[in-house]
Design a protein around this ligand. Structure first.
Ligand SMILES: [Zn+2]
Length: 322
């Protein structure tokens, strides 16, 4: 059977965890002569080797040193898309682990919330974070995650409430408040009052799609917000971005403030060059297929900009667009 490397690593990790558990149980069985514990484990292992991972978490109750490897194993399953196994395993660990160790319980709840988030189960993820906050109400990492979850769920008022708590704890806001306020305004069908490339771009896109005039819109004079949209725009427009795009397309010099790609294109107009666009985070460099309001990697709000690079026009595209 051909298996991908990640599956092999997971299988290997599972074996390490199970061997550790067997070793522990053999020692324990020898000491206390409780062979039944070992039998129970082996039965559990047979089931676990198939689909049901619920029994395995019971070993978290026997030794706390199993909790961490079981969490790593669960994360491994989640990364390979086996969310059901990952969740069943962690829930079982939570059900069986001693409640006296609050630090470990918080760690497991954090892992479980991450897996729910990765699986797109946002409601469950929020509930898990709330359980965690009942134990550790000042957990900054959990509060940050709750802001993002509330935002993804469209519960902007609740997200702002969590930001209040974070600010009371002395955390500096990274633009989240303004961004979420803007999302709330959009939800209430108001024009966002906050200064942001993201909302400027939405305004520009809406105007283009509904065939309204885009003259004077803020985004139309900012390369980082609109370079790709204005590249394909074909009506007369009073905008510095638009003027420089046309100059570059015609092999004429562009302004000093224009992006490097336009300057290069102006010089390369005789060699069938084209622009390729990507959407990048100014803070962490993450690149995405679409313009984003909040960076999916570093979670900063309003850090996205349109980046352009010069590429050679392919024959297919030349045929399509000329
Ligand atoms: Zn980022």
């Amino acid at each position: 059977m051909n298996r991908d490397p990640l599956t092999n690593i997971l299988a290997f990790l599972a074996v390490i965890v199970f061997v550790a558990i067997i070793g522990y149980l053999l020692g324990r069985a020898k000491r206390s002569n409780k062979q039944k514990i070992l039998e129970k484990f082996l039965n559990g292992f047979a089931i676990a080797d198939g689909q049901d991972f619920k029994e395995i978490g019971a070993f978290a109750a026997m030794s706390q040193s199993f909790i961490e490897p079981l969490c790593i194993l669960a994360k491994g399953y989640a990364h390979s898309g086996e969310f059901e196994k990952a969740i069943a395993l962690l829930q079982s660990v939570l059900n069986h682990m001693p409640k006296s160790n609050k630090t470990k319980e918080v760690e497991v709840l954090q892992s479980l919330a991450d897996i729910y988030t990765e699986a797109g189960m946002l409601m469950r993820a929020s509930e898990t974070i709330l359980s965690l906050l009942k134990i550790d109400s000042r957990n900054i990492d959990a509060l940050n995650k709750l802001v993002i979850l509330r935002e993804k769920q469209g519960e902007y008022e609740k997200a702002l409430e969590v930001l209040d708590v974070l600010e009371e704890l002395g955390r500096v806001d990274n633009g989240s408040r303004e961004y979420i306020k803007g999302l709330l305004e959009l939800k209430n069908e108001k024009k966002p009052t906050v200064q942001s490339r993201y909302f400027d771009r939405i305004e520009l896109q809406n105007a283009i799609f509904s065939n309204e005039s885009i003259d004077g819109l803020k985004a139309a004079s900012d390369y980082k917000t609109s370079l790709d949209l204005l590249w394909y725009y074909n009506k007369p427009l009073n905008s510095i971005v638009f003027e420089n795009i046309n100059s570059a397309k015609n092999g004429q010099d562009v302004n000093d403030g224009a992006p490097f790609a336009l300057k290069l294109l102006a010089k390369a107009s005789n060699i069938k060059a084209d622009l390729r666009f990507s959407y990048k985070c100014e803070i962490c460099g993450h690149e995405d297929a679409m313009f984003f309001g909040r960076c999916p990697k570093c979670q900063n709000a309003n850090s996205c900009f349109v980046d352009a690079s010069v590429v050679q026009k392919t024959n297919i595209e030349s045929a399509m667009f000329t």
